[in-house]
Structure formats: structure tokens, C-alpha cells
Write a protein that binds this ligand. Structure first.
Ligand code: CP
Length: 336
């Protein structure tokens, strides 16, 4: 049976620890080759800098090949809805795309953000789940409506590198103001990564900005099983005090999903939800690390002096995308 990587918590903690150990070996230069004559077919329904370039580099470094399609820009505009009459602008259905690419490639990888209309539909993560359903080869989630598990792997690897022992250490996911309502895939995945590491996870968010209840359940279940905990608060400064990791990230209010004007009104007066150098000084011994998946809006989500300062781990995080995905690809389709 094929094995997909759609959400970090769908793999066993032992399997995730195995990937993290393999990623560390990749980073130390201990693993060469392993993907000779292997092909990864990537479909980007939404833009990327890190995900695309790190995946292409990972395949190249181990002797394989990656191809990237951008539907509507050089490949056919893609239909993601099932049971649809395709008399509009889309030309190629994901059903055929998944089946055809499975004949060329050893694994498929898909990026598809939520369309921003109905959270009741998006919370089922239909696009990535349907790709996995119709593909005959492993499917890797490159960020869907609900999860960004490759980012989660890199986040876990980065926290282990910076903190050493992570069990019982304090991870704060801090909501940040942003001019747009962003998806919840990254914040949910970052908190799941911290939960995997057995950290005391705090989610600091204003009232009305809760993650999906299923996300809270996944984070709490995993954190508890691994020796950590989950706490939710609207006290940003109190949460950051004594934290070992602060992960500022913006996301839109799910209660207003699909209604951007209403959602925007809810964000008014919250520009102070931003990671500043003063807030970083209150972290554990003033040496807590600042993380962000990138891209980041400087001086909006995070102050430039934090990003450029000694506590910033954001470039390590971005580098670790490469090593974590090298490990994932070797595990899923490696020759050994
Ligand atoms: N963090 C991340 O996924 O970056 P990109 O959107 O540039 O791929």
C-alpha cells in the first residue's frame, strides 16, 4: 500500500523521530545518493519560494529529478471539485492529473491553499485528500488548507537543534496582525511539531481567533502523549514571558471564513499583536528563539530587529526544510 505524507500526526511519533534523525544525518553530509532515477512531480496551485526550491534541490542532491507544474501558467488550469460540469475556465481535472502523473513519477507533491469560501468544506482538506485518493504513488502535502507537514518537520528539527532537550520547554504560538486573512495550516502544523517534541504549547490569540477544534484536539492529544501540554490564552505578554520559542504567525478568524470584509473588521485595533525586541527580552533568560515559516512581513508580524537579531532562527528553519524533505523523500521513495 502506498504511503502519503499529508499530516505529521498521521505518522507515528516513532516514524517522525526516525525522519528527524535521518534529516540530521542528511544535514551532516552522511547520506549521498538514494534517489537515482526517481522522479518527483510537483503541482503548485499556489506560489512558493522555499517549498519549491528546497524540494527541487533535495531531489537533485540525491540523484533524482523534480518537475514543477503551475496549473494555469504553462500547464492546464486545474479543476479540483469532484462531480463538477467543467464548462468554465478549468481544463484538466485532478483525477486525470493524479493518475497520469503517477505513471511518470515515483511520488507526487501538491500545494493547494484553501479557496476561502466555506470552512465546513475546507476543514475536510478535500484537494490534497483527493489527490491522494486518485494518485497511485505517494502524495506529499506541500501545504493544504489544514496542514503544512513539511514545514512542521523542519520546525521540529530546528527546535531540537536550538534547544537540545525539548520536553517541558515552553513553545508559544503567538497570533500576529496581518493585512490579509491567512490560512491556519502553518500555525496548526507548528503547534503539532512542538507537541511532538513534548513541549508546553501555549497558543496566544485574541478572542475569536481560535484554531479549528480538531487542531486543538490533535495538538493536545500529541502533546500530552509526549510529556507536554496545551494552554490557550489571550495574554500575549504573559505567554511570551519565560518562553523558549516564540512563533508569531497570522491567521484569519475561522468564524468569518469566506467573509473577508467582516474578518478584516475583526482585526482592527490588533496591530500590537507583533513580535518586538522588547517582547523577546522577556523570553527565557532573554535567549528564547524567534521562529517563522517565512515569508514574513517585516515590522508587521515581526520587527526587523528580531528577524536580524541573535535570537532569530528563521533562516535555520528555512534551511532545514531542505534536510527534512531529503529525509522524507529517501524514506518514501529511496532506493535503499
Ligand atoms: N514556508 C514556506 O512554505 O515557504 P514558501 O511559501 O515560500 O514555500
Amino acid at each position: 500500500m502506498k504511503r502519503d505524507f499529508l499530516a505529521m500526526e498521521e505518522w507515528s511519533p516513532e516514524a517522525i523521530d526516525g525522519l528527524l534523525a535521518l534529516a540530521a544525518r542528511c544535514k551532516r553530509g552522511e547520506l549521498l545518493g538514494g534517489l537515482e532515477r526517481k522522479v518527483l512531480a510537483m503541482i503548485f496551485l499556489d506560489p512558493s519560494l522555499r517549498t519549491r526550491s528546497s524540494m527541487e534541490t533535495a531531489m537533485f542532491l540525491h540523484g533524482g529529478h523534480a518537475l514543477a507544474l503551475e496549473p494555469g501558467k504553462g500547464s492546464w488550469a486545474m479543476e479540483t471539485e469532484l462531480d463538477v460540469v467543467m464548462d468554465g475556465t478549468t481544463v484538466e481535472h485532478i483525477i486525470e492529473a493524479a493518475r497520469v502523473l503517477s505513471r511518470y513519477a515515483d511520488a507526487l507533491a501538491v500545494r493547494s491553499f484553501p479557496k476561502g469560501t466555506d470552512w465546513g468544506v475546507e476543514r475536510l482538506d478535500p484537494t490534497i485528500r483527493n489527490f491522494a485518493r486518485f494518485a497511485d504513488k505517494p502524495v506529499i502535502n506541500l501545504e493544504s488548507a489544514r496542514r503544512h507537514p513539511c514545514q512542521g518537520l523542519a520546525d521540529a528539527m530546528t527546535m531540537r537543534e536550538h534547544l537540545g532537550e525539548t520536553v517541558g520547554k515552553r513553545f508559544v504560538l503567538s497570533w500576529a496582525w496581518h493585512p490579509k486573512a491567512l490560512p491556519t495550516a502553518v500555525p496548526a502544523s507548528a503547534a503539532i511539531a512542538a507537541a511532538h517534541l513534548g513541549m508546553e504549547v501555549t497558543i496566544a490569540r485574541p478572542d475569536g481567533y481560535d484554531l479549528d477544534s480538531e487542531d486543538y484536539l490533535a495538538i493536545e492529544t500529541l502533546a500530552t502523549a509526549r510529556g507536554g501540554s496545551l494552554h490557550i490564552t489571550d495574554d500575549l505578554d504573559g505567554a511570551i514571558e519565560g518562553a523558549h520559542v516564540v512563533y508569531p504567525k497570522s491567521w484569519g478568524a475561522l468564524t468569518h471564513f469566506g467573509r473577508p470584509e467582516e474578518e478584516r473588521a475583526g482585526r482592527e485595533g490588533k496591530r500590537d499583536w507583533r513580535l518586538t525586541q522588547e517582547r523577546m527580552r522577556s523570553t527565557a533568560a532573554g535567549r528564547g528563539i524567534a521562529m517563522h515559516c517565512l515569508p514574513v512581513r517585516r515590522n508587521v508580524e515581526v520587527d526587523g530587529e528580531v528577524l536580524d537579531g541573535p535570537n532569530s532562527a528563521v533562516i535555520d528553519q528555512a534551511e532545514n526544510r531542505l534536510h527534512a524533505q531529503r529525509a522524507l523523500l529517501l524514506e518514501l521513495i529511496g532506493n535503499r
